[in-house]
Design a protein around this ligand. Sequence first.
Ligand code: FRU
Length: 923
Amino acid sequence: MNFVKTYVIFLGSVAFIIISCSDRIAETKDNIRIGFSQCFSDHPWRDAMNHSMRIQASLYPEVELEIYEAHNDIQRQIEHVEKMINDGVDVLIISPIETDMIVPALEKAYDLGIPIILIDRKINSQKYSSYVGGDNLEVGRNAGNYIISSTLDKANVIELMGGDKSTPVMERSKGFRQIVSQAPSIVLLKSLKGIETGIPKEQFSTVLDSLGQNNIDYIYAFNDQLALQAWQVAREKGLEKQIKFIGVDGLNGPNGGIDLVREGILEATILYPTGGAEAIEMAMEIVAGKEVPKDNILNTTVIDLRNADMMKNQFDKINNQQLDIEQQIAALRILEERYFAQNTLMKVTMALLAIILSLTFYSIYSIFAIRKKNRQLQLTNKKVTVQRNQIKKIADELKQTSEAKYNFFTGISHEFKTPITLILSSLESIREMARAKGSRIVEEVELINNNSNRLLRLINNLLDFRKVEDRKFNLTVSHTNLFAFSKSVYEDFKHEAKRRNISFEISCNNKDLEVYLDRNLMDKVYFNLLSNAFKFTPDNGRVHIVIHDEIDKNTVTVSFKDTGIGIPKKELANIFQPFFKGSNNRKNSTGIGLHLSKEFVELHKGTLVVSSVHGTDFSMTLKKGNTHFDEDEIIQEPDLVDEAVIEFNQNAYVEDAYRMEEIMEDQEQYCILIIEDNPDLLSFLEKKLKVEFDINLSDGTDAVEKALEIIPDIIICDLILPDKNGFEICEILKKDLRTSHVPIIVLTAMNDKQSYLQGLQSGADLYLTKPFSYSILVQSIKSLLYNREKLRFYYTNNIYKIEQTDSFGNLEQQFINTLNTIIKENLDNSDFSVEQLADTLHVSRVQLYRKVKAILGLSISDYISNFRLEKAKTMLEITSLSISEIAYGNGFSSPNYFSTSFKNKFGNSPAAYRKVHGIVSTS
Ligand code: FRU
């Protein structure tokens, strides 16, 4: 990260250096700002001055020249000077309109240190740096001398002056007069002052008229423009040939002084250089810090016909050279721009190159750094993986160990159940026997019973604890009267309360209140809480169950209060922790009962809290209604009823059993196959059941084979067996046509919902959990057999309707359909035998016999015979066939045998039957 920061700073610095370098290059060409105030414009000589200044300035790329036009307005020129001061020009050049009014502004600039160059005209002050211009006294003298040299006799001259009060006007006049005053041959007839537009035309015209054609020899005009105007006026009067015109300036170009001379309009012109280029040169020298002369006088000369062409050539050359220079400067500018563009491009390229190079270096560095980091990471990863694997291994080992322990305890707990079941079943028999003899049960037996039940509850608690830990509990709640439910548990503790003189009460403010409970789990909650209360309540104490329907709320509270030793306050929070044992608890305790109770209440979405002031108060709050349960948790169970109703129902049940026994008495003994690997339980069941049934045994290793061999009337099968488990055996037998009709009772110690469902799916008809009551087992066997009998009775009397019914399982239905089809096909075949039928159905003769006997209650031959007789009976009713035809047509070997069989079944001979029921007249 630090490297990245450093790198970014580095790149920034590179960019900054490059940019600032290029800026510095631009800055080194420090611009020189030159301001120039031109007194007036729209005059060729002034334009020439501006032009030459621009050309000269363009030779210096650093020079910025700004030209201000004052348009002969003094005030405006003063403003220009002020502006140039404010702009901080490096040099101020001025061609002043007049000598005085501009002085304060210029002196101010001068005092501020701005160099001032006067061009062409001077001022009445010495506060200027330099003057550049022609010698105007010399100009006047040149004009005078020229007239003298051209005059033999005498010359009359008119002076046409400029219209301003500038030094050139004054000095040109002065110089001319100096000459005229010394030459008697020259007479200055008149001196006229110019106006803004040039010469004062009317005045000049009047002068010409008054002086007449022979009196004027020369007109000396202060510039070539004035001279041309004067010539034009003279030409109007036809005097242009007599009068000679002399001008000043000598500009080259159309209407310039040199051309006017060459055309013969002017006699001569006095060259007066503009000084524009020289002024710029002067400025550059001043900026360069050089000493410059205060007065820089430019040469002047006379141009007439003798040298006009030469001068023109010279000026043309100069102009051409200037043009060349201009073009070269322009080309230079383009090159310069190109150079700057390329230079910039090159710098940018260099900068980019530097960036790319540094990026490349950085990338290479990064690659190495990343590789190094990667190697480190891989190493760390390996270490972590090794450590993780070690941890996983340890965890797996731990899991396996604890799993093995759990499985051991679970297994052993299951193992406990079978002997206890045996003990309890034996006790039940002893009780019944004692009851039958009318004797009272001895106390020891009662003790065995109570303790066996207690042992059973403890084992159940252990198993429940495992299930709670594994989150395997499934709730099955049913609509239950809370008071009736509580009362039934209360009854179980009444005896102990009486024995220990404990005041044991139950109270309820709404005895009709119905709630949804998992009766099995809630029974355990009640049992645990009451056992706890009785355990810690001393003799003569008090235990109270209070049911309080919170009428305004959606809840009901059941409190279990006792006057026992109570629980220390600081331990209250831990009381529901598994394996917790209170410090004042001297009794034997597993420490899981309260934990389970809380878990079971919470499964009901209720709460269980404890308080202990004098004794202990466990308060359970349950929700009313069933919206807090999932749909699949809600089941239907019969209502709890009071004892009188139970007794009545028991009597009815007994009556029903008598009826069943009557039916069953006619039958030969039913055959039961018991599949159980516990030899004690196996022999116990055998001993008990063989009184009423024909018993076959299997320890589970040959269960399926035995069932197929015997085809029993009922199968009792344990779930956990050495070879196949009970579900597998059940599934095989239920899918086999030969045994599919046999009812199967599954006996198991597993009482979770999952196993129950699996049992049903495998086709078990009944699912009894250990410890089971022997009487319930017998009752269940009889019930299943009775239902079979009822079905048989129905079928034997409705042979033809069997095909439409679905009371059998699918396999049975299919079997009967096939059986009937085969019989129907062979009705008229008197040779058709049971062996043939068994072959066609792919079963043995005995299996066919047992199957048909089991599901239809008849021997197979009787069944076929019945079929034939029923068919014959119908034929007697609806056909006119003879009796012997019907007999043979239905497979009877002789009409006599048919008649005997028919009379045995229906009570009448076929002929007699036809007489009564036949609907077709016979011949
Ligand atoms: C132009 C001009 C020139 C002359 C100069 C004197 O404005 O009159 O013809 O030579 O000014 O300042």
